[in-house]
Every structure is written in C-alpha cells, then in structure tokens.
Design a protein around this ligand. Structure first.
Ligand SMILES: Cc1cc2nc3c(=O)[nH]c(=O)nc-3n(C[C@H](O)[C@H](O)[C@H](O)COP(=O)(O)OP(=O)(O)OC[C@H]3O[C@@H](n4cnc5c(N)ncnc54)[C@H](O)[C@@H]3O)c2cc1C
Length: 419
C-alpha cells in the first residue's frame, strides 16, 4: 500500500514484517474473533517478491533469506490452525530421523519417526518459501495492510494505546500521514530493536562469541529425510534435509564456529570449504558436491526484561533471541503467537491493548519461554566445549537417551515440540 492510503487508526500495528510479524497478521485473520481487527504491518524492507531490483539482496539478514527453518510437529499443527499449512506443505521436507553425534567420540543417538508412530519428527522449510507463502496470504487479507519499505521511528503511549511515527523515506514530509494510532503495538523488529531502546525496555545480552555459517549443500546421495546434528569442538554443525532441486539432493548447513574461525571458513573458496566440511561432518551424506552462497549470523542470547506494557507487546527475536543449536526460536514464537491470538480473542469489555489481556497472554507463555531459554543456553554451553567434564556429560547423555526408552520418548516428544 501507499502511505497516502494509511488510515489514522488501527486496532493493531505490527512493527516488523519478518517471519513472526507476518505470521501473526495471518493468524489474526484466520481466527474468527480476531479476524475483523484492522492490522497494519510496517517493515523496513520491501518484500522480496515485490523488489524489482535484479539480483537485489535487500532481504539479506532479514527473516526471508537463504536460511531454512526446522519446524517441529507441534508447529505444523499450529500452522494448520492458522490455515497456513496448505500453502507451505508443498515446499517442506519431512524429517524422518534425527541423528545426533559427537565428532571423534563414541556416543550417538537416533530418533526415528517410526518409533513414535508419526509421519515425521518435524519439517524443514526454506525461509524464502515460508516468506512467499506468508506474503501471498497477506495480500488477500481484507483487514490487513502492509507498508514497506517504511520504518517505525518512535512510539509514544497515549490514552487509547500508542501513537506511532513512521518514516517511509519520502522527501515531502509535510503531506506525510506519518503518524498512526494503534490500540496495540506489536514490536516484532528482530534482534536489534531500536524501539525497545527508545522505550527504555532493557534486554539482557550474552554474546556467545560464535557465528552461524549457513549455506545450502548439494549432495551425492539422498539424505533420506535424516537431520544430522554433530557436535564438534568449535560448536554444533547441523545438516537439515531439503527438497531436491532438479533431482539433486540438498541439505541446509548451519555450522556454529568461533567468530574468527567463521570469518576464515566463510572466505574459503568452495572446494576448500567443502573439504573442511566433509572432514568435520564425515561421510554420512556421501560426498558433499556443491555449496551455495554463505551467510554469517552472530549468535547471542538476548532476553527482554519486559514483554508487555499497556498497548504494547514484544514478539519473536525482540522478546527472546536464542542460539539456533536446537532450532527453537521460530517454534517458540509460533506458540507465543497462538497464545497472543487466543488472548485477543477473549477481550470481552477490555480493550485490545489492555493490560488484563496482555497479562493473560504472558501468564500462558512464561513457563515455556523460560524453559526453552535455559535448555537452549545449556545445550549451547554443553555442546560447544572441549572441557573433559562436558565431553563426558555429552557422551553419557547421548548414550542414555539411546539406551533408555523412556528418556528417548521424552527427548523425542520435546524434539517434536510436545510436552
Ligand atoms: C542460523 C539460524 C538458524 C535458525 N534456525 C531455526 C530453526 O531451524 N528453527 C527455528 O524455530 N528457529 C530458527 N532460527 C530462529 C529464527 O530464525 C528466528 O526465531 C526468526 O527469524 C525470528 O523472526 P523475527 O520476525 O522475530 O525477526 P527478524 O527475522 O529479524 O525480522 C524482523 C523484521 O523487522 C523489520 N524491522 C526492523 N526494525 C524495523 C523498524 N524500526 N520499522 C519497521 N520494520 C523494522 C526487519 O526489516 C525485519 O523484516 C534460526 C536462527 C538463525 C540465526
């Protein structure tokens, strides 16, 4: 939409049209009681499908880039309830088996979908495909508009919610309807939120001193739906199964490395990088034939000290940025989104942005968020270390998961996103 078409007031303004912001908008529209709420999404970047610059990498480092996301089985159910799964299902690769191992050490575990009586333990979707499905759904929504590229530059509490100042980069600011009001402002700005800084919302920040090197890898043999997680001295290395392209089997690499090491690996030529990767990963996927473009993501644990205020809620990476070791960030946010939509469905006499509504949301989510934050942080520290005690703990852990059926069941249920 053009900024001239902006209304003066919306029920909900979402800052950030990444994976979380756009999923929320689609979910609100799909849920009966919230479907009539007027929603505006503001994103700093033009959606990829609308960007007409040939070869533009405008969306690099935003949600819908060359990464892939492992969605748990419980996330699939949530996306079904949001009515989004039919658009996504043709582009996802089912995870039939998860294989976890420790480089150079005895001790590994395998989880098989057949052991749990489910068709898949999870699904891998390329973020670009996820973005295309979300954006095409958004385009058909009657009560939801997207303004992009535009930035929300400030938000001020008002008697009815939030007053929001927008910058759409237009030279003529005088005729700019650059302010809109919202009963509820959802900040889904991603990890580096300027709005949180401006509103004085503190976020803890623990830098892991690691980067994730990501790339798609062409394989000489089928991955057979197996997702590999391999723990190395420098950090975990995951190879997630992707759908083939022109008959070539592919996997999505997420390789956690120390910051300096990651820069070094990212600068290697393809043949050298493939050789190093093959050496670390071994021959489980046959010969690693090709590697696509790489990107580096600095990794840290960031947690907002406040997630709600009257007329304001934080969602996604802005609320909790996790290490990708267990692939939990988006899965956790999908559960947050569903709980928020449920809370907004039941506002009775309270307003959309009332503290009573938002407190109901947060109360429903606090325990799961805390658990996922501590599990992910604990796994990152346990599996990125060469300290002998941690090596023994890993070995004992992997072996016991494999040998004790009840433990394997619990681990498998968690991997699928169920309690
Ligand atoms: C390497 C890696 C692998 C991962 N793998 C998995 C996985 O397998 N499974 C899983 O569940 N999770 C995974 N995650 C986590 C997942 O990617 C995140 O949870 C998810 O991207 C968070 O999305 P978001 O919308 O909150 O933030 P972002 O993706 O950062 O999107 C924020 C959006 O806000 C916009 N924006 C920012 N500031 C403004 C402003 N002021 N005004 C307007 N717009 C603004 C940006 O343009 C952007 O589009 C992974 C993360 C990494 C780094």
């Amino acid at each position: 939409m053009q900024r001239e078409d902006l209304k003066q007031e919306y029920d909900i303004v979402i800052v950030g049209g990444g994976m979380v912001g756009t999923t929320l908008a689609c979910a609100l529209a799909a849920w009966g009681p919230t479907s009539a709420l007027s929603v505006l999404i503001v994103d700093a970047q033009m959606p990829a499908h609308k960007s007409n610059k040939a070869g533009s990498n405008e969306r690099e480092k935003a949600s819908f880039d060359s990464r892939s996301t492992a969605l748990s089985s419980s996330s699939k159910l949530i996306l079904e309830r949001f009515g989004l799964w039919p658009q996504l299902s043709a582009g996802v690769c089912p995870i039939k088996q998860i294989h976890v191992s420790d480089q150079g050490r005895f001790g590994a575990t395998k989880l098989d979908s057949a052991d749990f009586g489910v068709p898949a333990l999870g699904y891998v979707v390329e973020n670009a495909a996820f973005g295309a499905a979300l954006n095409s759904t958004l385009a058909q929504l009657a009560h939801c508009a997207m303004l992009a590229p535009a930035r929300v530059i400030s938000a001020t509490p008002s008697a009815t919610g939030m007053d929001i100042e927008l910058d759409s980069g237009q030279a003529d600011a005088s005729c700019d309807p650059s302010r809109v009001a919202a009963k509820l402002l959802v900040i889904a700005e991603g990890g580096g939120s300027s709005l949180c800084d401006q509103l004085g919302i503190m976020r803890s920040n623990e830098d892991y001193g690691q980067h994730a090197l990501i790339a798609n890898v062409g394989l000489s043999q089928s991955h057979k739906g197996v997702a590999f997680e391999r723990f190395t001295n420098s950090g975990p290395l995951a190879m997630l199964p992707l759908l083939p392209v022109e008959g070539e089997p592919r996997a999505s690499l997420v390789w956690t490395l120390g910051a300096d090491e990651s820069e070094y690996y990212a600068a290697l030529d393809d043949a050298e990088l493939l050789a190093r990767l093959q050496e670390k990963f071994g021959g489980r996927l046959g010969r690693l034939k090709r590697i696509g473009s790489r990107a580096l993501y600095p990794l840290s644990l960031r947690v907002a000290q406040e997630q709600i205020r009257p007329g304001l809620v934080l969602l996604g990476n802005v609320a909790h940025t996790l290490h990708p070791v267990a692939g939990q960030g988006m899965n956790l946010s999908l559960r947050d989104i569903e709980a928020l939509v449920e809370a907004l469905s039941d506002i009775q006499d309270e307003g959309v942005g009332s503290m009573a509504t938002l407190q109901r949301y947060l109360a429903a989510r606090e325990a799961d968020q805390s658990l996922m934050i501590s599990v992910t942080d604990g796994l990152t520290k346990l599996f990125s270390s060469d300290a002998q005690t941690k090596v023994w703990l890993r070995k004992a852990g992997l072996l016991s998961i494999d040998l004790i059926p009840a433990l394997k069941k619990t681990f498998g249920a968690r991997a699928m996103g169920f309690d």
